[in-house]
Design a protein around this ligand. Sequence first.
Ligand SMILES: [Fe+2]
Length: 154
Amino acid sequence: MMTRINKVREKVNSLLLSMSDEEERRAAYIHLYGVSQISAMIAMKRSENIELAILSGMLHDLYAYIMMDRIDHAHKGAITAGKVLRELNLFTETEIKSIEDAVYNHSDKNRIDTPFDEILKDADIFQHYLCNSFNTFSKFKQMRINKVKKEFSL
Ligand SMILES: [Fe+2]
């Protein structure tokens, strides 16, 4: 498990290192690693696949950061995530599909998708919340934050 995570991490790190904007690069590391770790915690709590949750967190905004493109970034990002995973030749198509779907659906925060997809959505918002607790969030995002806090008795 660690080997596969490390292999993906190496690839993600090398892509992030190619970012020319230092500020954006720092933001990318903080957010991708933060979401990845929070995804792991939520997956543990919900008895979902921890390894795949860690990877979906790490990959979910990779496209948006390296291409500096937020437009439809979840859908485009699913393609990038799948490409990174397939190139490594360490994952089954079923595993890749789970991660692609989670990345593809992660911007649809007002919709409930599969339990695995929901981990990434909650982790994404919760990382923003922890990083900047004075942010005001939309109704659906705030509902997710409250749900996670309750789930973890916070
Ligand atoms: Fe994100």
